[in-house]
Design a protein around this ligand. Structure first.
Ligand code: DGL
Length: 265
């Protein structure tokens, strides 16, 4: 069991930011990544549909024998975290709590912004997660077009900057000093987001904090990989492999990426 891979799942390329952080912190662990590109993007869809897609994706990872599942997608986590914890016996790690913990530590003026997909913002999952810190003033904003850019491999350029200004100016005016990137696609756009928000705002992305949680869970359960052979990661997508996916996956994962397998539905 301990030598089985860690399953990491997202609607597309976003979760690769989390996979990268796990590989950095736990270089001996094997990753089995699944991008549900056939159903991506999740953000504009009703939560009930996202729940169904996400559970199917996780079923696939569990059937393949992973020892842990990382829901590397805020939208999926908003839609089905509780169901996943009830349905599967393997440990489930997700991205919302780690980002929230981090934001609570970082903010000094107690004004925190959260950007995410429409579905994440509508679910109020962040309001629930921040309930333990009622002294914080929370400002949430959906940034739907960001995912579309990233899935197409576009992470810089004038259009992104223009859209970033449109989405983020109201948050900037609210005086927040901390901004949670509440979608795992957004770290690809850190350049534009931090340019618009300015130096006074600290960006929090869940990748490193989530990898810390993965580390803690593996140690707590005594299921770290003990094999000494180099790990062989596996990357799968449910839909046609998009140019954006392979480009960004190559950029982030590097030579250990190997071939991206396309699952036939
Ligand atoms: N990366 C995902 C998230 O963290 C979802 C993006 C999407 O499919 O809309 O919310």
């Amino acid at each position: 069991m301990s030598n089985a891979p860690i399953g990491v799942f997202d609607s597309g390329v976003g979760g690769l930011t989390v996979a990268r952080a796990i590989i950095d912190q736990l270089p001996n662990e094997e990753i089995h990544y699944l991008g549900d590109t056939a159903n991506s993007p999740y953000g504009p869809k009703p939560l009930a549909d996202v729940r169904k897609y996400a559970l199917e994706a996780i079923d696939h990872l569990i059937d393949s024998g992973v020892k842990m599942v990382v829901i590397a997608c805020n939208t999926a986590s908003s839609a089905m975290l509780r169901d996943a914890r009830e349905r599967y016996s393997v440990p489930i790690v997700e991205v919302i709590q780690p980002a929230v913990r981090s934001a609570i530590k970082i903010t000094s003026n107690n004004k925190v912004g959260v950007i995410g997909t429409r579905a994440t913002v509508a679910s109020r999952a962040y309001e629930d997660a921040f309930a333990a810190a009622p002294h914080l003033e929370l400002h949430t904003k959906a940034c739907p077009r960001f995912v579309e850019f990233v899935e197409n491999g576009i992470t810089t350029g004038d259009e992104i900057l223009q859209v970033a200004h449109e989405y983020l100016e109201p948050l900037k005016e609210s005086g927040i000093d901390t901004l949670v990137l509440g979608c795992t696609h957004y770290p690809y756009l850190k350049g534009a987001i931090s340019y618009v928000m300015g130096d006074g705002v600290t960006l929090v992305s869940s990748d490193t904090e989530t990898a810390n949680d993965v580390y803690r869970e593996l140690v707590r359960l005594g299921i770290e990989r003990t094999e000494t052979t180099p790990p062989e990661h596996r990357f799968e997508v449910t839909g046609k492999e998009t140019k954006g996916f392979s480009e960004l996956a190559g950029r982030l994962i590097g030579p250990s990426l190997g071939k991206i397998e396309v699952l036939k539905n």
